[in-house]
Design a protein around this ligand. Sequence first.
Ligand code: B1M
Length: 210
Amino acid sequence: MIEDLRQAVLAGDFDAVAELTRSALKSGLAPSKLLDEALIPAMDVVGSEFESGVRFLPEMLVSAEVMKASMTILRPLLAESGIAARGRVLIGTVEGDLHDIGKDLVAAMLEGAGFEVTDLGIDVTADQFVAAVRENQPDIVAMSALLTTTMVFMADVIDRLAEAGLRSSVKIIVGGAPVTKAFANKIGSDGYANSAATAVSAVKQLLAAS
Ligand code: B1M
């Protein structure tokens, strides 16, 4: 069933993916298992085939949309918790970057862990982050980037928050495929995570330390 789901994402088969996700859950498979063993590995294959010229942009987009169809079913299950809010998180994908699947996952896992999450979406400029920090007064600002060309904008957001006198009011965490711990340290981020699950523990640690 896991392999069928992986293949459905690779084939860009909307109908099959929804059906397979529902029946996998019905058979008792955990939502996190479907993510870790079918959906994410499928997107890794899509990415490397795109890189090697076997797949093209429209096909990558279809697979992304198909993955989202499965995520629509999984997301509420990942977010089920009922715990009182542990803190407020503002999340977004940085300027110039349209990738939102990983960011959505991080948001869902944080919600699942009891955080109140405000999602600014994709292509979020430094000014938009600053305005949203003023408006929402979050405990954490979480930024995602999937491109080497856009991860640099994370540093801009941190600088702009400092210029606006807001840097010390929030903890910052960054992540996304090209982002490393060394990069996070270099730009002055408080935290870094390489997956949605570790993002939750990193956010908890940041709040415990503050
Ligand atoms: Co894009 N793309 N893409 N793409 N795309 C990548 C990222 C790429 C690695 C593919 C490749 O060439 N191998 C490559 C980037 C190369 C680089 O910069 N080093 C690439 C490229 C080049 C591009 C375009 C430039 C292609 C073009 O136009 N020529 C273009 C850029 C558009 C733009 O953003 N301006 C582009 C476009 C697209 C689509 C729109 C078609 C689509 C995105 C659709 C969408 O998101 N709604 C797309 C997709 C789907 C991908 C791949 C195949 C899959 C990304 C994904 O969703 N993965 C990707 C290759 C790959 O990653 N294997 C690729 C699944 C997701 C669950 O993982 O997002 O990594 P991920 O999130 C993880 C962790 O990174 C982490 O947790 C998540 C879950 O564990 N994480 C965080 C993420 N954010 C975090 C934040 C945190 C903590 C952890 O704290 C705040």
